[in-house]
Design a protein around this ligand. Structure first.
Ligand code: NAD
Ligand code: UDP
Length: 339
């Protein structure tokens, strides 16, 4: 019998891609999502692409009773936990909402898991927990800190999970620290569909390319980097999702808490990304240099060696794939899932 995986936040950007790859790898997938930042259309498209069924529950993780009902109905082998709020700027305006949704939501989830004896979880953490790192590439044993409420929710959740693994050694926990996820499935059927003005670079550039936004604001060109603009480790969402599938396949052999960077190990600047997108899409990306964005750091890229070793995983897609796949999704769905 196939293993059954609960995917929280499965209707979202990374969750929908991971659900697709889990189905392709032979897992049964159940999704819980409150649809606060997504559309169930993403899951319908995953079902079409895989010709398989996803059981979907529109439930908020802060609702313990509703969550328990799902655990009563299904015996899960493991949970992949994506659900949460993720806008850095917004987290400073409504920190209580961020702490409630992300931290309280996770505590509820883990309480339900404990109660129904499902103690394997893969969690979406972020490179933001490294704060402003002293050097690059970043390794998992670098000191962690947070510079905004969003980052603090990731940091606290990591600590909560470590405490739980100490309290009960049956827990098997994989903390995946993502660098910068971009791109879309090669079908062009699922991708990133941000509500309102995108906070992140790649969706902003692709909305300029498709004519939805006039120009990109480049946040500073006076950083100590080769061209003065910020450098990041962009990773294709399908590579990232593949690491989740591998984590689920290996989790029974991992004891306690395993913390892994998910990146490519390569850094690209904002202007590298603009030039590459222009080449890939054939469109001109208008931009202007503006002030630095508060809280941004100069450069950030991963040392992914540990994830390569522990998961037998490696990012295989390069910048051209990231851009071609983003552009296919964006041009075929100019209004996202509402297109
Ligand atoms: P997303 O917003 O597309 O997906 C998150 C999903 O969770 C959404 O479908 C949303 O409706 C759902 N959700 C939010 N709060 C919920 C709640 N209380 N109950 C049930 N569902 C809820 O975001 P994403 O880019 O797919 O990110 C997934 C995870 O990865 C998040 O935890 C995010 O913090 C983390 N992460 C993302 C990035 C990135 O750049 N995209 C980087 C590092 C970490
Ligand atoms: N950036 C930018 N303009 C934008 C959005 C982002 O110049 O509209 C820059 C940002 O300063 C950083 C890089 O692009 O150097 C990646 O930013 P993003 O918000 O995508 O991810 P972050 O690394 O901040 O999580």
């Amino acid at each position: 019998m196939s293993q059954k995986i609960l995917v929280t936040g499965g209707a979202g950007y990374i969750g929908s891609h991971t659900s697709l790859l889990l189905l392709e790898a032979g897992f049964e997938v159940v999704v819980v999502d409150n649809l606060s930042n997504s559309s169930v259309e993403s899951l319908r498209r995953v079902e079409k692409l895989t010709d398989q069924f996803i059981r979907f529950y529109k439930v908020d993780l802060t609702n313990f009773d509703a969550l328990s009902d799902i655990f009563k109905e299904h015996q899960f082998d493991a949970v992949v936990h994506f659900a949460g709020l993720k806008a850095v700027g917004e987290s400073s305006q409504i920190p209580l909402t961020y702490y409630e949704q992300n931290i309280y939501g996770t505590i509820n989830l883990m309480k339900a898991m404990q109660k129904f004896n499902c103690k394997r979880i893969v969690f979406s953490s972020s490179a933001t927990v490294y704060g402003d790192p002293a050097s690059v590439p970043i390794k998992e044993d670098f000191p962690i800190s947070a510079t905004n409420p969003y980052g603090r929710t990731k940091l606290f959740i990591e600590e909560i999970m470590r405490d739980q693994a100490i309290a009960d050694s049956d827990w098997q926990i994989v903390l995946l620290r993502y660098f910068n996820p971009v791109g879309a499935h090669k079908s062009g059927q699922i991708g990133e569909d941000p509500q309102g003005i995108p906070n992140n670079l790649m969706p902003f550039i692709s909305q300029v390319a498709v004519g939805k936004r006039e120009k990109l604001s480049v946040f500073g060109n006076d950083y100590p980097t080769p061209d003065g603009t910020g450098v990041r480790d962009y990773i294709h969402v399908v590579d990232l999702s593949d690491a989740h599938v591998k984590a689920i396949q290996k989790i029974t052999g991992l004891l306690g808490v395993t913390t892994l960077n998910l990146g490519t190990g390569k850094g690209y600047s904002v202007l590298d990304m603009v030039k590459a997108f222009e080449k890939g899409s054939g469109k001109t990306i208008a931009y202007e240099i503006v002030d630095r964005r508060p809280g941004d750091i100069a450069e950030c890229w991963a040392d992914p060696a540990l994830a390569n070793k522990v998961l037998s995983w490696k990012a295989t897609k390069g910048l051209d794939d990231m851009i071609d796949d983003t552009w296919r999704w964006q041009s075929q769905n100019p209004l996202g899932y509402d297109s």
